[in-house]
Design a protein around this ligand. Structure first.
Ligand SMILES: [Fe+2]
Ligand SMILES: [Fe+2]
Length: 204
């Protein structure tokens, strides 16, 4: 049976989740700007891409709070004050936060929502937890490449690299220092398999 929404813990947890998602979005936008300043355009896009997904998560939780419209929800919660300007710190801290959301915060919120009878909220908490795990893996992947200085290096001499500016594909263990088509710097190149909506198959 569903308990009264305004007396529920789920009401507070939805507001916590909403606040958390808005902050994640903002943190990743900040990180994107730092990557952009360092001409690491692949990382910039990755942070923006993830930031937009956090924005959508915020909207999902926002809509679930409709039953409490017109009221104010007081919450206490811990939020990360990770104001970093090093790429490695940003990637590591982001992976860490995602891991907490995936492994602890949202599973707890889902369980409480289920106990209180808020099935839809429980499902959204669980499903968004799974997405946060994908985000965790994404950040960890790039943190690993960055740490190993492999962002622009591959052990595969047949690696395809895509210029994010013009779409040029380069094959080799490293992308060129400058795109031969549009002259963009190396920071525009990503591994082709990391690019959305494309395939290396057409390149001979
Ligand atoms: Fe999220
Ligand atoms: Fe996330």
């Amino acid at each position: 049976m569903q308990m009264n929404y305004n007396e529920s813990q789920t009401r507070k947890n939805l507001m916590r989740a909403f606040a958390g998602e808005c902050q994640s979005r903002q943190r990743y936008y900040q990180a994107a700007l730092i990557a952009q300043q360092q001409k690491l355009i692949g990382l910039e896009r990755m942070f923006r891409f993830t930031a937009e997904q956090e924005e959508r998560h915020a909207m999902v939780f926002w809509k679930l709070m409709k039953a409490g419209s017109g009221s104010t929800v007081d919450i206490s919660a811990g939020f990360p004050a990770d104001v970093f300007d090093e790429i490695q710190q940003l990637l590591d801290a982001s992976a860490n936060e995602e891991d907490k959301e995936f492994s602890k915060v949202y599973p707890d919120f889902a369980r409480i929502a289920r106990e209180e009878g808020f099935t839809e909220a429980a499902e959204k908490f669980s499903m968004i937890a799974e997405i946060e795990n994908i985000h965790r893996a994404r950040f960890q992947y790039y943190a690993g490449l960055y740490k190993a200085d492999m962002l622009f290096r591959s052990n595969d001499t047949e690696q395809c690299w895509m210029c994010l500016n013009c779409g040029h594909i380069h094959k080799g263990s490293e992308p060129p220092a400058e795109c031969p088509v549009c002259s963009s710097a190396r920071g525009y190149f990503i591994r082709e398999e990391e690019a959305a909506f494309t395939s290396c198959d057409v390149v001979g």
